[in-house]
Design a protein around this ligand. Structure first.
Ligand code: GTP
Length: 195
């Protein structure tokens, strides 16, 4: 076990997006550094743990949830939002429909998740330049309109996979630290008032 890690607490991260955008591949590239061309649709969900070292040297435990993008699993997916700290919302640059559906996913996230949740957008499969349907500029416009960071990535060629996860995990750590500080301040203020 990694020294200094708090094993009881894990940052919960969900991978969301339409079916076949590459959620499973994106996760496998990050956790096992592998990639497979064959498409095996995720049934329900799957999750993995990973210990991650932050820029400040602290080690955190991360629980990574790979959810099925297929419509028939969407309702089950709703319960996954419970307790989630971060979301990687993925579309496929070679399939415009998956880009158009990002707004639907954001609506569902706003309805189901905590309003403190950290979200990043990932435009996956940028290795397929020949079949690209969504430009980098369109991705950036969507990111700007949604007020979210975006990473152009490829699970296949291992582009921006680690960077996306690291960025999100650092962001979650900032949020969690802020909440702890706020709670400690509230607790101290309550103690003072009760004296
Ligand atoms: P569901 O489980 O149905 O929600 O799909 P998913 O989003 O988990 O997609 P998955 O990771 O199974 O990938 C779908 C297909 O896209 C597979 O054939 C992958 O090999 C392919 N794929 C995933 N990422 C990339 C990528 O970065 N580049 C290319 N060229 N293909 C990719």
């Amino acid at each position: 076990m990694t020294e200094g890690a708090n094993t009881d607490f894990a940052f919960k991260i969900l991978l969301l997006g339409d079916s076949s955008v590459g959620k499973t591949c994106f996760l496998k590239r990050y956790t096992d550094n592998t990639f497979q061309d064959a498409y095996l649709s995720t049934i329900g969900f799957d999750f993995k743990f990973k210990f991650v070292t932050l820029d400040n040297g602290k080690t955190v435990k991360v629980q990574l949830w790979d959810t099925a993008g297929q419509e028939r699993f969407r309702t089950i997916a709703k319960s996954y939002y419970k307790g989630a700290h971060g979301i990687i919302l993925i579309y496929d640059v070679t399939n415009r429909k998956t880009y158009d559906n990002i707004k639907k996913w954001l609506n569902q996230i706003r309805d189901e998740a905590s309003n403190r949740i950290s979200i990043i957008l990932v435009a996956n499969k940028i290795d397929c330049e020949d079949t690209r349907q969504v430009t980098k500029e369109e991705g950036e416009a969507l990111a700007k309109a949604s007020n979210l960071p975006i990473f152009e990535a490829s699970a296949k060629d291992s582009i921006n996979v680690n960077e996306s996860f690291q960025f999100l995990i650092e962001k979650i750590n900032e949020n969690v630290s802020n909440i702890i500080t706020q709670n400690v301040t509230k607790l101290n203020n309550n103690k003072k008032q009760n004296r």
